[in-house]
Design a binder for this molecule. Sequence first.
Ligand code: PMP
Length: 395
Amino acid sequence: IFDKFKEPSLAYLDSAATTQKPQQVIDAITNFYSSEYSNIHRGAYRLSSNATDNYEAVRFKVKDLINSESHKNIIFTRGATEAINLVANSFENYFEEGDVILISTLEHHSNIVPWQLLAERKKLKIKFIDIDENAELILSDYEKKLQKFQPKLVAITYISNAFGTITPIKDIINKAHRSNAVVLVDIAQAVAHKKIDVQEMGVDFAVFSGHKLYGPTGVGVLYAKKQHLDLMQPFMGGGDMISYVGKEGSQWAEIPAKFEAGTPPIAEVIGLGAAIDFVNNIGFENIREVETNLIKDGLSFLSEYKEVTIYGPKDLSNRGSVISFNFSGVHPHDLATIADSFNVQIRAGFHCAMPALHAINLSATARISFGVYSLKQDLIQLGQALNKARSLFHP
Ligand code: PMP
């Protein structure tokens, strides 16, 4: 299905950073640009109304993907990062000076920095939930901090990109709600791997990027409960987000258009629609099965190397499709370079999650991550690179 297999020796083990694209996603984008292209929400002509229909149809696909109560709770953004920034700006009036935002130490920088910027603007305080040596949340610390700080908002990831930790999200949300906090969940690392049900979760806000779900870059999603969207100010001003513009001021369009200023990423949204069809056709049970087998194989294969230290949850059911590790005496960047010489693509560094790494006394790890197209052969090829590292650094 994927062009990457035209180069059969390539082992792509960085799907947590971004996924390869199925041919049907590429075809949907190509087809839109080559024969259906037009701007949307504009024309009274056929091309534009067809493009509008195709774009809006994806809103319904996203609604079904995450089981949102309505398509009107789905806002298209340029990515998870923009979606969090949207909330951190548009929801600003919900906060008052001195309020606390509680974040987990596992977060990707995109779920930390927008809150820090907001905290500076509104004089808020940010507190962090601690993690243990397996990169799992310390729930007693969470409960303690909920009680002590009475946060107005809890911002937390469902699956950590750095360590693959799956957080007990339902429990976290329930506890936050009992303490009257709203919850933003970052589902960027979850949405391609697990069936998400925002209503069952009861979450207030959820964000993800299309490019980690086999879709294109440049498109993401914000889900928000209606009661919050009703409170929120526009994020950016411009075309499409207004119902009236006068010299004296403007009135806003209905939700969700109110939050989608300017020409949106039309082709990208259409590509995201094809990506959602792709995962639905495979089915989340099948995806999880393929990936769980790869995680099991990956963990047992890596633990055969005495030089390797594996990080993250020990319990497989708490681990997403990510394995972070180090090879003693070899910097992760060097390991990634050696891997590359065997045509194995792995990630090295702090994975945009410095506080998480620092919390367990790390500055960098090597990381492999799987998509539904990953193969056991990819691990065997990685083994060649690890053998090489061993012979170079531990002769
Ligand atoms: N959250 C998590 C957990 C992520 O892994 C990423 C991407 N690495 C993001 C947020 C940000 O996504 P994007 O850069 O596509 O906005």
